[in-house]
Design a protein around this ligand. Structure first.
Ligand code: R5P
Length: 314
């Protein structure tokens, strides 16, 4: 295969440009449009024959349109004789539907994996999955570079004396443990439960000592903000001095940003796996957006050169 070709869907053009700049390449031109009958269309505007093609599309709103557009781009690349097609998914579509934990429900994250393969993807690059088992839904190589290096670098610039890393639920324990190890900090876990009927969050016991400490909550995403803000409140009730949130994927459903601004959180750190831009930066400087472009650029380079991706993030 000759060159790296990076094609961007419409979900996150800024991230695609940032990655292309780091790779010192130009984005491969593509036309994306919607016909009057609402059907999507795409056309890759230069030859990609035998090239190493990376198609970037994150799961931004509207999620199903973003996904359909991704499938069209993969299909177009296949017909255009791409040497190899890697789907680059900074935020994986339907990531939370990853298990059959109720009767008569789909496992949509697995279905997404099947459909990507049918469309013609040959490799997957995604980031900070909600659960590790999603990687095993693929019958093709799938890598999950983590945003840990950029987040840890940022946190290390702070005074971390008397700080504790907090996982908001048992599912996030492995992730929190990873950060705690990198930062050499103790860990605490919350017993979070979500009512499957109304999605309301209930925080039970806290395991670990948070009294008089700065608590850093580590979570994979912020959607309604329920998890983060309820956890923060419970920590304050237990005597935490201040609370910082780290949520990798900034979904920010509806009025979540306002809720964060009104909350007592000292700071919220997110990344640009999704195209989130704080609305009012002056009032809102409590929300920090870190760029994961260097991580994805490095991972793309490793895949192209046949080097290990996981070793980058240990
Ligand atoms: C759930 O298990 C996830 O790890 C996140 O805690 C959750 O998706 C965050 O969603 P929300 O902001 O709506 O509570």
């Amino acid at each position: 295969m000759k060159e790296i070709k990076l094609i961007s869907g419409s979900s996150h053009p800024l991230l695609a440009q940032e990655i292309a700049k780091l790779l010192k390449i130009k984005l491969t031109p593509i036309t994306l449009k919607r016909f009057p009958n609402d059907n999507l269309f795409c056309r890759i505007e230069e030859s990609i024959r035998n090239e190493d093609v990376f198609i970037l599309q994150t799961s931004a709103l509207p999620v199903s349109d973003s996904f359909m557009e991704l499938l069209l781009m993969i299909d177009a690349a296949k017909y255009a004789s791409a040497g190899r097609i890697t789907a680059v998914l900074p935020y994986y579509p339907y990531v939370r539907s990853d298990k059959k934990d109720q009767p008569r429900i789909p496992v949509t994250a697995r279905l997404v994996a099947d459909v990507l393969q049918t469309a013609g993807a040959e490799r997957i690059l995604t980031m900070d999955l909600h659960a590790l088992q999603i990687l095993s839904f693929f019958r093709m190589p799938a890598d999950q570079p983590l945003s840990v290096p950029v987040v840890v670098d940022y946190l290390k610039k702070k005074d971390l004396t008397n700080t504790v890393i907090v996982s908001p639920d048992v599912g996030g324990l492995q992730r929190a443990r990873f950060y705690a190890k990198k930062l050499n900090l103790p860990i605490a876990i919350m017993d979070k439960r979500r009512d499957p009927k109304n999605q309301k969050i209930n925080i039970g016991v806290i395991i670990g000592n948070v009294r008089e400490k700065c608590a850093i909550i580590i979570d994979d995403e912020i959607s309604t903000g329920g998890t983060l803000l309820e956890t923060a409140e419970a920590l304050v009730k237990q005597g935490a001095k201040e609370v910082v949130g780290v949520c990798i994927h900034p979904i920010f459903a509806k009025d979540t940003e306002k809720k964060v601004i009104r909350s007592k959180l000292k700071e919220l750190v997110v990344t640009n796996t999704l195209p989130f831009k704080p609305q009012n930066n002056r009032k809102n400087n409590r929300i920090k957006v870190l760029s994961i472009a260097p991580i994805l650029a490095q991972a793309i380079r490793c895949v192209h050169e046949g080097a290990s991706v996981s070793e980058l993030f240990i």
